[in-house]
Design a binder for this molecule. Structure first.
Ligand SMILES: [Zn+2]
Length: 142
């Protein structure tokens, strides 16, 4: 799936966002290395702190389906806004991956990566067994 198609998938899911408070529709389309597609939209709540972003909805869904390796994420908003800090942390944990940010009309506003979005990210290496990657496989790192 090419970038333009991934952005179109994100635009489509943004239309299903539940955003009665902010009216800020966000869609995320996540392309896994195995070719599967996972989408997410923002879901707000009257108790604002319970709101979940589109990016995290997409990636949590992927993990629940047993997928932890990704090629690219497309995020779309009305103004081409960038992922929030919480999403950057979550995306970094399951990266690296390319990230394309676009407006709801499909205009690309930024091409970046999870590493660029969150330099010097917080990690918790002791949360993994020695030699294990985040996907549970043996580490390929030296
Ligand atoms: Zn977010």
């Amino acid at each position: 799936m090419d970038e333009a198609q991934l952005v179109r998938e994100a635009i489509a899911v943004a239309q299903r966002a539940y955003a009665p408070y902010s009216r800020y529709l966000v869609g995320a389309a996540l392309l896994a290395k195995d070719g599967r597609l996972f989408v997410g939209c923002n879901v707000e709540n009257a108790s604002y702190g319970l709101t979940v972003c589109a990016e995290r909805n997409a990636i949590f869904h992927a993990v629940a389906e047993g997928c932890r390796q990704f090629d690219r994420l497309a995020v779309v908003t009305s103004d081409g806004g960038s992922p929030c800090g919480a999403c950057r942390q979550v995306l970094h944990e399951l990266g690296p991956m390319d990230v394309v940010i676009a407006k709801l009309d499909g205009t690309i506003s930024l091409r970046t990566s999870t590493d660029e979005l969150l330099p010097n990210a917080f990690t918790f290496e002791t949360g993994r067994r020695p030699g294990e990657d985040s996907d549970g496989s043996e580490s390929r790192r030296p």
